[in-house]
Each structure stands twice: as structure tokens, then as C-alpha cells.
Design a protein. Structure first.
Length: 178
């Protein structure tokens, strides 16, 4: 693994960690956008997966010319701060999620903190940024758009807008952070 990670390296690492079959090579995975054969590896904690998702988010944001900062500690209700490269340099609090569970290409994004017991409160963060694996899809969802439910369905493979869920319109909406 290189010392200086790029977005491609982190995605490659995520793909490698999610390989179900032992015959799938890393180079083949890195050349493909089809991650349908990936699942969470045994022994990988949700915390480890979340840390990788945060790094991938920071790198993806950097590609979009959005600076990020990581607060120290684990007690804040957000994971990263996004800083657009425009004056007066507003700050956006980001809650980063990684979702690997899906059925029929429908992902169930967890919208609660503390293992589902407590809902997030207004002011906890400005945007939920979700990385869906194996779809390799990003969602940048404003807090105000989140339903007050435990989960919300996301449909990254759906192309017909009539079949979209209420949050599907936020796929790849990095412009909301610029």
C-alpha cells in the first residue's frame, strides 16, 4: 500500500476487502465499476469500514476542490468538516456513512446514531454523505431532507426517475458542498 493514498487506492482497498471470491484479482477489481460480487469481509469491524469511508469521502471531496478537516476525538455528532474553496469559506458538518447491505440493488441507509436508538438532532450535521458499496455510489444528502425513520431506501442502479425514492435525487450532489 502506498504511503500517500489516493481515492483510487482507497476504492481499490475497499474492493479488495469486499471480494467474495478468492479468484478475483485486485487489478481486475480496480479496472471495473461492477462491484456486485462484493460483501463485508469477516472480521472487519463497522468502525474500520467507517474510517475507510471517511478517507474516501475526503479524497473524493478534494477531487471536487472541496477541502476537508477531521475533528479530534469521537464525541462530536459529525465526522468531517467540508470547506468550499470560495469566500467567505463556509463550513459544512458531514456525517459519513458507508452502506454495504442491499437487496435487489436497493440499499438501506441507516439514519440513526448509537446503533439505531437515537435520532440525529437538528444541528448535529449539515449533510449526510453516504458511500454505497458495492455500487460505488455517493449520496450527499442535506440534513433537512432526511426522513425521521431508522432507514431509508436508496436505488443507485435505478435510471427511471419515476422509480426513485425521495433521497435518490441527492446521488453525486457534490455541488451542494461547493
Amino acid at each position: 500500500m502506498p504511503t500517500h493514498l489516493t481515492y483510487a487506492h482507497i476504492i481499490e482497498l475497499l474492493r479488495h476487502l469486499y471480494a467474495r471470491t478468492s479468484g478475483l484479482s485486485i487489478s481486475a477489481a480496480a479496472d471495473s465499476n461492477d462491484l456486485s460480487a462484493w460483501s463485508k469481509p469477516p472480521g472487519m469491524s463497522p468502525k474500520e469500514l467507517g474510517e475507510l469511508a471517511e478517507q474516501a469521502c475526503a479524497l473524493m471531496a478534494a477531487q471536487k476542490r472541496i477541502a476537508t478537516a477531521k475533528p479530534y476525538g469521537e464525541t462530536l455528532p459529525f465526522d468531517l468538516v467540508a470547506i468550499p474553496r470560495r469566500k467567505p469559506f463556509p463550513l459544512f458538518k458531514l456525517q459519513v456513512r458507508c452502506c454495504a447491505y442491499h437487496q435487489n440493488s436497493i440499499y438501506h441507509l441507516h439514519l440513526r446514531k448509537n446503533s439505531g436508538r437515537d435520532p440525529f438532532q437538528k444541528g448535529d450535521f449539515d449533510f449526510m454523505v453516504a458511500l454505497l458499496i458495492p455500487a460505488a455510489a455517493w449520496y450527499i444528502i442535506p440534513f433537512r431532507a432526511l426522513p425521521r425513520t431508522v432507514f431509508s431506501a436508496l436505488h443507485p442502479a435505478e435510471t427511471r426517475k419515476s422509480k426513485f425514492g425521495p433521497l435518490d435525487r441527492y446521488r453525486n450532489r457534490w455541488d451542494l458542498l461547493q
